[in-house]
Design a protein around this ligand. Structure first.
Ligand SMILES: Nc1ncnc2c1ncn2[C@@H]1O[C@H](COP(=O)(O)OP(=O)(O)OP(=O)(O)O)[C@@H](O)[C@H]1O
Ligand SMILES: [Mg+2]
Length: 518
């Protein structure tokens, strides 16, 4: 394909100077975005950029990919700069409608060559050498991490660098896994890779998210610390008598003069988005502050944190039951089913790192520490954990067994069955109190049940919307799934099938696996 008309070597434009530059060839301007500019100038191995909506985060990351490609060494074999990048998003619909859309706004197919729309979705940009200007060969692979198979694919790529878009939706394990996939392309024969990197951009998240922990609480030390940048808000809170103050969610707001990327946005962009929004939404998306925002429709609308959370303790006369969610970031929920049918959820274990081995060790430590008097321990997990085809090469159940833990697969892993099993005790009233009580200390599970685990809204045209059938995968989905497996394995499925059998509506998937009953 033809070299972009009038293009020069863009890499020369990347300067160490503190003065923000205009990248004319891409029509990008960072003069009004000092935080973005600092982020772009930083050579740290792993870097994150957080800010309100529309603050230019994704454009900056897309530009960085191109700039780094243009800085790769020229191959002595063919006079071309070779590079390969992964651009990662939590799910395929978001990847397609947001991430790729942004990429193609900057690198449109008519100028930079066509996208390959079959998997793996790739934009292969090739510019042949011209005169004394070296050529460019960059592969940009777009990946959504909907299934363990996609994760495995990502973690087997040989890359130059990677961009994780909307990083708050992904477990830290993905970034950890990527750290050893970057810097591996091109080969030495083609000049090697001179700069390996992972960049991440995101809207704000909850303050118990891994990003918040690393950016604010436990900043990394050492030679290669991860760096985190936070952009100023688009709006600020003001007094009622402030000129042109806007009233929304019970407070007064005005444009923040420090907001970035404003000249590149339509006039009144932030002010206009305030009406009809609740305070959490404004705080997260317009102010760019760490906030938990309830989006979509909660998976368990039956849950009420006021009625169903309390301070509770382990009762040694009942078995300890544990629900497990395997996968990228394993999670466990510990509970007891009392004689009267009430569930006490006592403890949770949420991990941020990949690895069943570490998880199992941690689980044993937690059991010994929290429940030393537990005699009868019953563990339940996703039947998919019986298959070798997971991220881990050994089956999850086999691994647990070698560690002395007898875990059993639940009879079904149908999401709907799991959801219903979880809803059963919430709908149960025992002696005037709910059939489910969650210990106040289980903060992740309580957030998950309160709507952190949710069905996403989906526009269906003419202003109408509906909710998707499958829940949105995020930081709260794993602990929610572990809860579902606990309910399913711990007795609710029996009640559910009895109830449904009466109406003849039950649909279930029976796991075709052998398991140990102990
Ligand atoms: N450096 C830039 N130069 C020119 N225009 C820009 C630049 N950065 C962003 N824009 C414009 O601002 C808009 C918003 O930018 P972008 O999509 O990068 O924001 P974002 O921070 O990723 O938003 P969101 O939080 O919604 O994902 C873009 O659609 C583009 O029109
Ligand atoms: Mg974006």
């Amino acid at each position: 394909m033809a070299r972009v008309a009038g293009s020069k070597d863009l890499s020369k434009r990347r300067t160490k100077s503190n003065k923000p530059v205009e990248i004319q060839d891409l029509n990008l301007n960072f003069a009004t975005s000092p935080t973005v500019w600092e982020f772009l100038k930083d050579d740290s191995f792993v870097r994150g950029l957080m800010g309100p909506v529309g603050s230019g985060k994704s454009y900056a990351c897309a530009a960085e990919i191109m700039l780094r490609a243009l800085q790769q060494p020229v191959s002595p074999l063919d006079n071309i700069r070779h590079s390969r990048f992964a651009i990662v998003r939590n799910s395929y619909p978001e990847l397609r409608t947001t991430t790729i859309k942004t990429w193609l706004e900057i690198f449109d197919e008519s100028t930079w060559g066509p996208m390959r729309w079959s998997p793996p979705l790739t934009h292969h940009i090739q510019l042949p050498p011209k005169g004394n200007l070296a050529g460019l060969d960059m592969e940009v692979i777009f990946l959504a991490l909907d299934t363990p198979k996609d994760v495995r694919k990502l973690l087997s790529l040989e890359l130059t660098g990677a961009w994780v878009n909307e990083a708050r939706e992904l477990p830290k394990a993905v970034i950890d896994g990527l750290t050893h996939r970057v810097g591996r392309y091109p080969t030495k024969a083609h000049g090697g890779c001179n700069h390996r990197f992972i960049i991440m951009d995101t809207n704000p998240m909850d303050d118990d998210h891994w990003w918040h922990r690393l950016a604010e609480k436990e900043k990394m030390a050492g030679k290669y610390p991860w760096k985190f940048y936070k952009q100023p808000g688009g709006v600020k809170e003001v007094d009622a008598n402030y000129d042109d103050a806007i009233f929304a969610a019970g407070k007064y707001w005005a444009m923040n003069e420090k907001a970035e990327n404003i000249p590149n946005l339509t006039q009144g962009y932030y002010e206009q988005m305030l009406s009809g929004k609740n305070l959490d939404w404004i705080s997260c998306y317009a102010q760019g502050k760490y906030t938990f925002v309830q989006e979509g429709r909660a998976v368990w609308q039956e849950y009420s944190d006021v009625l169903m959370s309390d301070d509770i303790e382990f009762l040694p006369e009942y078995p300890l039951q544990i629900g497990l969610d395997f996968g990228l970031t394993p999670a466990a929920v510990f509970g007891q089913r009392l004689e009267n049918g009430r569930w006490h959820i006592l403890h949770e274990l949420v991990t941020f790192d990949m690895g069943l081995e570490r998880f199992t060790t941690q689980m044993k430590i937690e059991i010994n520490k929290m429940f030393p008097k537990a005699k009868d321990i019953q563990i339940w997990g996703d039947p998919a954990g019986s298959k070798r085809d997971e991220i881990f090469e050994v089956t999850a159940f086999d691994h647990l067994k070698t560690q002395g833990m007898n875990a059993r697969p639940t009879v079904s892993n149908d999401f709907k069955v799991r959801r219903e099993a979880g809803a059963m005790p919430m709908n149960r009233l025992i002696n005037g109190k709910s059939g489910l009580i969650v210990n106040k200390t289980c903060s992740s599970l309580r957030k998950s049940l309160s709507g952190g685990y949710f069905f996403k809204r989906e526009a269906i045209g003419s202003g109408q919307e509906r909710f998707k059938d499958v829940p949105f995968k995020n930081n709260f989905s794993h602990i929610g799934d572990a809860f579902g497996y606990l309910m399913l394995g711990g007795g609710e499925h029996r009640i559910l099938t009895r109830k449904n059998a009466k109406f003849g509506t039950q649909q279930q998937t029976i796991a075709k696996v052998e398991f140990n009953v102990f």
